[in-house]
Design a protein around this ligand. Structure first.
Ligand code: CA
Length: 230
């Protein structure tokens, strides 16, 4: 697995390199967005770790540029003062983000999820998900929470399907709104909140402590699913 690191902070670069090489990832590091674009084309990495504050180009512009010709997984590394840019980066097509400082365990977990997602995806949608407390059969549109059949409204169902098809990946309010309600509704964050609360009531064992529909505070939602191993 090849990981391209685009980061101008040398200390952070070194930390990432040592960590990822230690876990048998092949690592290439560059300091600028320009070099990042060249390397992306050259080595076709499985994952890009992208610092948002780069010397030569906004990380946001990097994401839009790379998305014109590549579907490579992009995980954004943002500092606290780049919170808004982080959301824009996701809207522009980044797959996930981590806010600095983050732990090595967290980063490795995100990389594993991203790789699993990009390998299982290949354009096909999720058909069936099965875990201890939740089973979803998308081909029959049937959902069971703790063996009880659950009835969802069409909108709730579409949101769940959208999140499941992007399993593990954070979706911004804007992405959910645009996909479910359309471009004219991208300001209506409360639509998403209301429906998400209803969905949690129906599919979470404990809706106040959700384990499937996770909130990314100020950003959006992520669907987490640990399937039963066959
Ligand atoms: Ca930087």
């Amino acid at each position: 697995m090849k990981i391209l690191i685009i980061e101008d902070d040398l200390q952070m670069q070194r930390f990432l390199q040592v960590l990822l090489r230690g876990h048998n990832y092949e690592v290439v590091t560059v300091m600028t967005a320009q070099e990042g674009l060249i390397k992306t084309a050259e080595i076709n990495p499985d994952i890009i770790l992208l610092d948002l504050g780069l010397p030569d180009m906004d990380g946001l512009d990097f994401v839009s540029t790379v998305r014109e010709w590549s579907s490579v997984t992009v995980i954004v590394l943002s500092a606290r003062d780049q919170e808004n840019d982080k959301i824009k980066a996701l809207d522009n097509g980044a797959d996930d983000y981590l806010t600095k400082p983050f732990g090595s365990g967290e980063l490795l977990a995100r990389i594993r999820v991203a790789l699993r997602h990009s390998q299982s995806q290949n354009g096909s949608d999720v058909k069936r998900l099965e875990s201890k407390d939740l089973t979803i059969d998308f081909s029959q549109r049937l959902i069971w929470c703790q063996d009880q059949l659950v009835h969802l409204t069409p909108t709730e169902y579409r949101i769940l399907q959208l999140l499941a098809n992007n399993g593990g990946k954070v979706l911004t309010y804007r992405q959910i709104l645009e996909h479910i309600w359309g471009k004219n509704f991208i300001e209506h964050n409360h639509y998403v909140r209301v429906h998400m609360a209803q969905l949690r009531q129906k599919i979470e064992v404990n809706p106040t402590r959700p384990c499937f529909l996770l909130t990314e505070v100020g950003v959006g939602y992520r669907f987490q699913f640990e399937p039963i191993e066959p």
